[in-house]
Design a protein around this ligand. Structure first.
Ligand code: NAD
Length: 500
C-alpha cells in the first residue's frame, strides 16, 4: 500500500504516528493509498521549520517574493494535466472540472503576484505640525490553513497564495480524503524558489487540527469545511489568541422569476446543481420558481433534461459528473434523499439506484430531483452536498426573497430574471454573502473576495483579494516628527494630543 507522507521543511517527511486515513479511488471504490495522520509533535516539527524560515522570507523584498509566485504559477500551468489527474483520481471530479479547481486557485496566485503594490501602506504628510503618519502591513509569522476535500487545489491556494506572498510562512493541513495534490503544490512551491519551510503540508485529522489551534507559535488560522467544525475552529482558535476565519457549509438558492430566460435557466441549473456531483459550497441545490406556471414549466423541463446527464468515471471526457468522494459520503447523501421522501417531498427523479456498469463499487449517485419541498423539512434545512436538486415553490417575489434570507446558511444565492429593477432590489435586500444575477455560481474573481454570511462563515474577513491581504497581515501605524533641536522645545503636555 502506497503511503502519502507529510511535506515538511522542503522534503517528504515520514510520520511515525502509526495512524492512517484511507484514500479511495472513488471510481472503483478501492483504497488506493493511505495517508499518514500527524501527531502533535509532528505538527510542532512543521511549526519549527516554518518559524525558522520566517525571518528570511519576511525580510525578502516583496518583488522577489512575487517572482516566486510567478514561477509557481508557471510550474502549475506547465504541470496542469498531471495535477488535474492527481486531483481527480482522489476526489472523483471529472478532469475538466479538476482543471477548473486548480485554475481558480491559480487566479489567486496571479493576484498575489501583485503583492508589492498591494502591500503598500498609507502615508499622510503633515498630519500635524511637522508630523507625518504612515502605516505598513506586516506579516503575522507562522500561519495555518485547514481545507476541505471538495476543492483540494483552489482552497489551499486561496490561503497560502495570499499568506506566503505577504511574507508569512505556512502550514497547510489539507483534507485527508484527497491529500496528494496539496503535497505536489508544496513541492512546486519549493521548485519555484520558495525557501524550505515556507510551505509545509501536514496531514491529519482532529489531532492535527487541535495541534494547530492550540500551538502558541501559530498566529492565524484559515479554515474551510462544514459549519459545526468551522464554529469549533473559530471558538478554539480565538480562545488561544489566534486570528481566525472559518468558512462553513451552504444551501444556495436559485430564484427563478416568471420572466427568466428558461432555456438558459435549465442549462445553468443542471450544471450548478449536479456539476462535481453537487459537492460544491457554491452549488445550487435549491431552486425557487415564483408562481405556479413558472414552477410547472421548470419541473417539466428539468424532468426531460436530467436523463441527458451523463454520470461517468472521472476520466470520462464526456461525463458531466463523476462519483462522490467516499462511500461514507455516498451513504450520507442517500440518507438525505430517504429523509426527503419520509418528510413528504415528492421525489420526481430518483438517482438512488444508479449503478455504473463495470464500476458497480464506485461511489456513484444518479441525479435526483425533489418537488414540493417545504421550509420545515430537515432535508431542506441541512446541506446534502450531493447531486440532488430541490424545487421549493414560492407564490411571490417576497416569499422567494425570504427563503434564502431566513435560511441558516448564507453562502451564495442566484436570481434569474430579465427585470433589472427586481434583480437590483433582490441583491440589495437578500441576507446572503454572495449574489449571482443570471449567474448560477457567483464565486467572486480572485481580486474580489469570497465569503458567506450566517452559519456559512465565522469571523469577519473574507478569503483572497484585499480582504485576504488584511487577514494575513497586521497594520503598524507610525506617527513621526523630527523636531529641530535648535528651536524652542515644546512644553510637556498632560492632555491627550490632538491635531486641533
Ligand atoms: P469537513 O468539515 O469534514 O473537513 C474540513 C477540514 O476539517 C478537513 O481538513 C478535516 O480534516 C477537518 N476535520 C474534520 N473533522 C474534524 C474534527 N472533528 N475536528 C477538527 N477538524 C476536523 O468538511 P469536508 O467534508 O471536507 O468539506 C465539505 C464541507 O465544506 C461542506 O460543508 C461545504 O459546504 C464546505 N465548504 C465550504 C466552503 C466555503 O467557502 N464556505 C468551501 C468549500 C467547502
Amino acid at each position: 500500500m502506497r503511503d502519502i507522507r507529510h511535506f515538511i521543511d522542503g522534503a517528504a517527511f515520514d510520520g511515525a504516528s502509526g495512524r492512517f486515513g484511507d484514500v479511495f479511488n472513488p471510481n472503483t471504490g478501492e483504497v488506493q493509498a493511505r495517508v499518514q495522520l500527524a501527531t502533535v509533535s509532528e505538527m510542532d516539527r512543521a511549526v519549527q521549520a516554518a518559524q525558522a524560515a520566517f525571518e528570511g522570507w519576511s525580510s525578502t523584498n516583496p518583488q522577489r517574493r512575487a517572482r516566486v509566485m510567478f514561477e509557481f504559477k508557471r510550474l502549475v500551468e506547465a504541470n496542469m494535466n498531471e495535477l488535474a489527474e492527481l486531483l481527480s483520481s482522489e476526489h472523483g471530479k471529472v478532469i475538466a472540472d479538476s482543471k477548473g479547481d486548480i485554475q481558480r486557485g491559480l487566479e489567486v496566485i496571479e493576484f498575489a503576484c501583485g503583492i508589492p503594490h498591494a502591500l503598500k501602506g498609507e502615508y499622510t504628510q503633515g498630519a500635524g505640525p511637522g508630523i507625518d503618519v504612515y502605516s505598513m502591513r506586516q506579516p503575522l509569522g507562522v500561519v495555518a490553513g485547514i481545507t476541505p476535500f471538495n476543492f483540494p487545489g483552489m482552497i489551499p491556494m486561496w490561503m497560502f497564495g495570499m499568506a506566503i506572498a505577504a511574507g508569512n510562512t505556512f502550514i497547510l493541513k489539507p483534507s485527508e480524503r484527497d491529500p496528494s495534490l496539496p503535497v505536489r503544490l508544496g513541492e512546486l512551491m519549493m521548485e519555484a524558489g520558495a525557501p524550505k519551510g515556507v510551505l509545509n503540508v501536514v496531514h491529519g485529522d482532529k489531532v492535527a487540527v487541535d495541534a494547530i489551534l492550540t500551538h502558541p507559535d501559530i498566529h492565524a488560522v484559515s479554515f474551510v469545511g462544514s459549519s459545526d467544525i468551522a464554529h469549533y475552529v473559530y471558538q478554539m482558535g480565538a480562545q488561544h489568541g489566534k486570528r481566525v476565519q472559518a468558512m462553513g457549509g451552504a444551501k444556495n438558492h436559485g430564484i427563478v422569476l416568471p420572466d427568466a430566460d428558461m432555456d438558459q435557466v435549465i442549462k445553468d441549473l443542471t450544471g450548478a446543481a449536479y456539476g462535481s456531483a453537487g459537492e460544491r459550497c457554491m452549488a445550487l441545490p435549491v431552486v425557487v420558481p415564483v408562481g405556479q406556471r413558472t414552477a410547472d414549466e421548470l419541473r417539466e423541463r428539468l424532468v426531460s433534461e436530467i436523463p441527458n446527464l451523463r454520470v461517468g468515471v472521472s476520466t470520462d471526457a464526456e461525463a458531466h459528473y463523476g462519483p462522490v468522494v467516499t462511500q461514507t459520503h455516498k451513504d450520507k447523501v442517500l440518507g438525505w434523499i430517504n429523509k426527503g421522501v419520509e418528510e413528504g417531498a415528492e421525489l420526481v427523479v430518483d438517482g438512488r439506484e444508479f449503478s455504473l456498469q463495470g464500476h458497480e463499487k464506485g461511489f456513484f449517485i444518479g441525479p435526483s430531483l425533489f418537488d414540493h419541498v417545504k421550509p420545515e423539512m430537515e432535508s431542506y434545512k441541512e446541506e446534502i452536498f450531493g447531486p440532488v436538486l430541490q424545487i421549493m415553490r414560492a407564490a411571490s417575489f417576497e416569499e422567494a426573497l425570504s427563503l434564502p434570507s431566513k435560511h441558516q446558511y448564507g453562502n451564495g444565492v442566484a436570481i434569474f430574471t430579465q427585470n433589472g429593477r427586481a434583480a437590483r432590489d433582490f441583491a440589495a435586500r437578500v441576507n446572503v454573502g454572495m449574489v449571482g444575477i443570471n449567474v448560477p455560481i457567483p464565486v467572486p474573481v480572485a481580486y474580489h473576495s469570497f465569503g458567506g454570511w450566517k452559519r456559512s462563515a465565522f469571523g469577519d474577513i473574507n478569503q483572497h483579494g484585499m480582504e485576504g491581504l488584511r487577514f494575513w497581515t497586521k497594520t503598524k501605524t507610525v506617527t513621526a516628527r523630527w523636531p529641530d533641536s535648535e528651536l524652542e522645545h515644546a512644553d510637556s503636555s498632560f492632555v491627550i494630543p490632538t491635531m486641533a
